[in-house]
Each structure stands twice: as structure tokens, then as C-alpha cells.
Design a protein around this ligand. Sequence first.
Ligand SMILES: [Zn+2]
Length: 297
Amino acid sequence: MLLQNRAIIALGLRMCSTHVSKGPLVDAARPSSDMAEFRKVFSKAQHIAIITGAGVTAESGLPTFRGKDEHWRKWKSQDLATPEAFSRNPSRVWEFYHYRRELVLSKKPSAAHFAIAECEARLRKQGRSVVVITQCIDDLHRQAGSKHVLKIHGNLMETRCVSCGHVTLNKQSPICAALKGKGSPGPDVADAQIPVDKLPRCDKSDCHGLLRPNVVFFGETLDSHILTKVEKELEVCDLCLVVGTSSIVYPAAMFGPQVASRGIPVAEFNMTTTPKTEYFSYHFAGPCGTTLPPALA
Ligand SMILES: [Zn+2]
């Protein structure tokens, strides 16, 4: 938590220490939605940072555990995705994540995922770079073909041993025999109450520790190595896209405004405006699967 706070404070201080101007392109009262103008900026950009959030995941048909699909059984994800909940009831928390893993395995990347991946591949051939900085814990950016992805909230398809810390990619379905057919989300479904030795376990020799999903639970520290990489990308990018995120979860909510404060154009692609829209040069309203492909074509 301390590190996370430090990271947030560091970003915050940086923002406060710079005049948070709206960049040279946005002298008008609000961001532009002029796609032709955006396309001119895009055609000149060498290093593009694309920040993505739950909206991109939702367009693949995955629940975001926010708003109307906030619940799994009678709990909200904030009640389950915590270190306390996991140590109190690892079986229930594993059922929740097993449900989410199985859903991800059944879904395909959306038009927005593909537009981003194709853009990265095309620009790479021209010596230009695209990095995806995502809050999504699913694997859909990589499935779509994105190579350079920084996952600040972890990866649903990875496990981490609570004893030895070993992290590994694991796409097994089900992840262990005891979870087969478990994890149904209905409000009246009873807990499976799987004994802890039947939950996913570490296969490192002599360890056999309990595994957990390698995701950042509420109240946990973000990986400082990944945050350092994100910081570097935000410092060198000459165009930033903020895609499908409500810009309310920190520190990611600050990334776009931080780039804008350097006078770099930032374009937001989202269903609605957000608390950060006013900092940005461009805002394109609508599903990102509709707005993004022509923007990045
Ligand atoms: Zn282990």
C-alpha cells in the first residue's frame, strides 16, 4: 500500500508541480472531436501510449463488476478481491476468479483490441512504437496480437504462490479439478467450500504453497517495476490515447492528464465524458469498437 501511495503521490506531485495546461491544441473551451485533425496528429506521432480500461473489456462481452453488473452472488468485487477476503475464504475468492477466468477463455477480442494490435504491428514496420498500458486483467490485448502491453492491475491468467512468490502463466480450464463446474454467479448459489489443499497449489518442488490469482487486490501495492516502465512510456510518448476508461481509478486516472500537462495531445475514446475530459485535446464519444478503428486505420 505504501508503495502504491508513493507512486500516486509521486505522480500527483509531478502534476501539481507542472502547470496542468490543456496543451497547445486545446485553446477552445472543450476538447475537439474533429477526426481529420486527430488523424493529422496521429500520422506524425512516433511513440504512442494507449491507456485502456474496463470499457474495452466490456465490448468483448465480459462483465466489469462495476455499475449494474457489480455483483457475483451477493458480493461486490470489492468484498472479494482483497487480501483479507482471500485469507479468510480462499475457496470463495477462487470460485469468483475461476468464474472470471472461464468467461475470459470463452470471449474473443473486440474491434477495439484488434484496431490497437494492428496499429502496433503496422507502425512497428515504420519504426514507430505503440505501448498499451492497461487496467484490464483479462488477456484480450495479447490475444488480439498486441506485443507491448503493461498490465498495471495484473493478469487473471497468471497465478502467484503465496509461499514462494513464483508467478506463472496458467490457462488451464478448470485451473484445478475441485473448481470444475464451480463459480456460478447466481445470488442463491452456495459456496463450494473447497478444502484449501484442493485449491490451486504451487508445483515448484518442495513448495506446494497456495496459489492466488496474480492480480492486484483492492488495497494492495501496484507492481513498482511496471509503474516505472509506465512512467518512462508516459515521459517519451508524443501522442496518448485514453480508451474505455472512466478515469476515476488511480493512479491510471492521472496518466492522461500527466501527459497532457507536457503539452502532448491526448485523445479520449469513451462512451461518455469523464472527470478528466477537460484536460484532453480530443474526445470521441461512442463505443471504442466504433470510434477507434477509423482513428487508427
Ligand atoms: Zn511456491
